[in-house]
Design a protein around this ligand. Structure first.
Ligand SMILES: [Mg+2]
Length: 238
């Protein structure tokens, strides 16, 4: 039986609905910038392509092959280029406006609020995020969830990105939490789950898309609300 005391959450895609918040922001920015009408007409395609490009660039950022400045503009430069627009200035302005506006969006993953409300009565909750400190703090504040967390750890303060075990070590030390009394919840198999596993921390893989994999993990869920019963059971087992 495990007696978990500390739950570490990832933020983007796990609690904060990055996809929905990004789509809303892009929709507003496409309307407010002087973007070619053909692009605006194919908005769902634009957002889909953006997500693909953004994910790939985040993988590179995680590996340390590009820096945050590059990530910020390059994702828009590439998606505009994909739609036939070669405009550095537009990509630059769009990138800045996106970073300014998207953290103000409040949408959470379904069930997040209910789960945080429940779990905060039984556990000490923390966040470990690879996102940029300033943006992540705004997201947490605007979504109204800051008060649920004792520590909000980002990769800038830790000096390492997930899945580097050192960001998990840093987080445990900060929270004064033992490995055996801690569990990590996240949507990214490599960064959150395998990272935590290698650091010796139990994991709950939030996998709503049911992505197939062959990893041996502690737990896996497809809806956040499963967390409540799952964690209750870990206390009951003999
Ligand atoms: Mg995530």
């Amino acid at each position: 039986m495990k007696n978990y005391k500390h739950i570490f959450f990832d933020l983007d895609h796990t609690l904060w609905d990055l996809e929905r918040n990004s789509a809303e922001t892009i929709t507003e920015l496409l309307a407010s910038y002087n973007v070619d009408e053909k692009v605006i007409a194919s908005k769902p395609g634009f957002i889909k392509e953006y997500n693909k490009i953004n994910d790939a660039l985040w993988d590179q950022y995680r590996l340390g092959t590009i820096d945050r400045k590059t990530l910020r503009y390059e994702r828009f430069r590439r998606v505009f280029l994909f739609f036939g627009i070669e405009d550095q200035q537009l990509a630059h302005d769009f990138g800045n406006a996106f970073v300014r506006d998207s953290p103000l969006k409040p949408h959470l993953i379904p069930g997040a609020l209910e789960v945080l409300e429940h779990l905060s009565g039984h556990y000490t909750l923390h966040i470990i995020t690879n996102g940029f400190a300033e943006a992540q703090e705004k997201k947490i504040k605007n979504a109204g969830i800051a008060h649920y967390f004792e520590h909000i750890i980002n990769s800038e303060m830790a000096g390492f990105n997930k899945p580097d075990p050192r960001i998990f070590e840093y987080s445990l030390a900060l929270a004064k939490a033992g490995k055996s009394e801690s569990i990590m919840v996240g949507d990214h198999l490599e960064a959150d789950i395998l990272g935590a596993k290698r650091a010796g921390i139990d994991q709950i893989y939030y996998n709503p898309a049911r992505r197939p994999h062959y990893e041996e993990l502690t737990y896996e869920i497809i809806h956040l609300k499963e967390l409540i019963d799952l964690l209750k059971k870990t206390k009951e087992k003999p």
